[in-house]
Design a protein. Structure first.
Length: 76
């Protein structure tokens, strides 16, 4: 469903609060307990390219910027 359709739905359901609550309950994104969406970068909030190895909590782009400050050295 596109954004405009959602806005249209909310506009129609504003008049009917019970149906609006039910719509929000059944169409809201569910809480994640595992998977890629759970792990986010501490600096920028990206969910992809997450480095787990040293428990840093950074994506690879942020890691490249901060690596020298953390004590990592680039070889070759």
């Amino acid at each position: 469903m596109t954004t405009s359709n959602h806005e249209k739905m909310f506009k129609q359901l504003e008049v009917k609060p019970a149906k609006l609550e039910k719509f929000i309950k059944h169409n809201s994104p569910k809480k994640r307990t595992t998977g890629i969406a759970l792990k986010k970068c501490k600096r920028c909030g990206r969910t992809r390219a997450h480095i787990k190895k040293y428990h840093l909590g950074l994506c690879r782009q942020c890691f490249r910027e901060v690596a020298t400050k953390l004590g990592f050295r680039k070889y070759s």
